[in-house]
Design a protein around this ligand. Structure first.
Ligand code: FAD
Length: 372
């Protein structure tokens, strides 16, 4: 077993399975609030870089679309609002000289039709206090490279934007060390209820054969969650939805990114400049686990709206990852299934955005458990 020593613990212990944005963020948040936390994921000792097939968080673009969400009530809206309140605090606490982390704003969403423009107008009227403003048709800063698809206008959200998921994971790994979170680099292969009252409630078996006894378990294993839950008689099915991303290099010309927001969204596709002549474009939404070339092509052409500078860009890198979409249930799956068995997974398209609110929700469940 590769881990910093596993000792017999007498205090209340919590194991978190899965160390993506949700699991690692929750581990850090719980440890910060005094819980004795163990984080388990075979990927914990691997370097975090992007190429080929990746875990959800590493593949992600880290776009935070909290305030532009279309609905204004319900759980999904409340979680987004909570996360958008927590993110500035998380960034301030996690960022360091060695691992800087920044919330890059604003985000501009372009309307693809008159109907969408009307919806955006209503949204900006209701959410001025959250930093939303209307962008009139055909406005283009013209200082740098032209935006695609401006004929219907759009909206600017001054507090939405993106944060780099690679930097986020590096910050979290450093913060987990600082908080003394035990990290175990192995997959959990089974999860069982302990029958003896003298033992801790849950027994986790690792691939190497080691058993770990824990008071509480939080499952944050995205598509890996379903198999662990099935063993306990819980059915929370999730379907994979693949996303492809391109890192493009634009032909060097007299133009630059001045006048561009941190994130420009056109036809639901994110365009994120990240260096001179460099831009990320993503992500596709593809059912299943195999990338499909035609989806990638359609994305690069922005459904036929791509300006010349984008059409002529060359592909420097590309990667893809899987999102976990709950079947017949809204994302995310935040559920306490039994005493000491918590699920925080199935975040589908918004796991980075919703990581802080999910962590806070888990903390609340554990606090309620201690009280009852
Ligand atoms: C291309 C793409 C772009 C995206 N863009 C955005 C975006 O802009 N903004 C946004 O908010 N979201 C975005 N998402 C969605 C986001 O990436 C996910 O919702 C989020 O990463 C989910 O985080 P997670 O921690 O739940 O899962 P993951 O990051 O998938 O991590 C799950 C972890 O669980 C581990 N695991 C699985 N099984 C086991 C086991 N048995 N034992 C131990 N460990 C296990 C895995 O090794 C993995 O590390 C995007 C996703 C993709 C694919």
């Amino acid at each position: 077993m590769h881990c910093s020593s596993i000792s017999r613990m007498t205090a209340s212990t919590v194991a978190i399975i899965g160390a993506g944005a949700v699991g690692a963020g929750t581990a850090w948040y719980l440890a910060k609030h005094g819980h004795q936390v163990m984080l388990i994921d075979p990927k914990l000792d691997q370097p975090i870089n992007r190429s080929g097939a990746l875990p959800g968080t590493t593949a992600s673009l880290g776009v935070l679309m909290g305030h532009v969400f279309r609905r204004s009530s319900g759980r999904a809206w409340r979680l987004r609002q909570h996360s958008m309140t927590l993110w500035p605090e998380w960034v301030a606490e996690l960022s360091s000289q060695e691992h800087p982390l920044k919330l890059n704003t604003p985000l501009i969403q372009l309307a693809s039709s008159e109907a969408e423009a009307t919806l955006m107008k209503q949204l900006t009227e209701q959410r001025q206090h959250l930093g939303l403003e209307l962008i009139s048709p055909n406005s283009n800063p013209c200082m740098g490279r032209s935006w695609p698809n401006t004929q219907h206008g759009g909206l600017i959200s001054h507090q939405d934007g993106y944060l780099d998921p690679i930097a986020l994971q590096q910050c979290l790994r450093a913060a987990l060390q600082d908080q003394g979170v035990q990290q175990i680099q192995e997959p959990v292969v089974s999860l069982e209820r302990n029958s003896s009252v003298e033992e801790k409630q849950w027994r986790l078996q690792l691939a190497g054969g080691t058993n770990l006894n824990q008071d509480a378990v939080v499952i944050c294993a995205a598509l890996g969650s379903e198999a662990l839950l099935e063993q306990l008689g819980h059915s929370l099915p999730m379907a994979p939805v693949l996303g492809q991303v391109l890192d493009l290099e634009v032909i060097s010309d007299q133009h630059n990114w001045s006048g561009w927001p941190a994130v420009l969204v056109s036809h639901g596709i994110n365009l994120i400049p990240h260096g001179p002549n460099q831009i990320w474009i993503g992500a596709t939404l593809e059912p299943g686990v195999q990338p499909i070339a035609s989806h990638l092509k359609a994305m690069q052409h922005l459904e036929g709206d791509a300006p010349d500078w984008l059409e002529s860009a060359t592909v420097k890198d590309q990667w893809h990852g899987l999102r976990a979409r709950p079947v017949e249930r809204p994302a995310p799956l935040l559920e306490k299934l039994e005493p000491g068995l918590i699920v925080a997974t199935g975040h589908y398209r918004n796991g980075v955005l919703l990581a802080p609110a999910s962590a806070a929700w888990v903390k609340e469940q554990l606090t309620n458990e201690t009280r009852s």
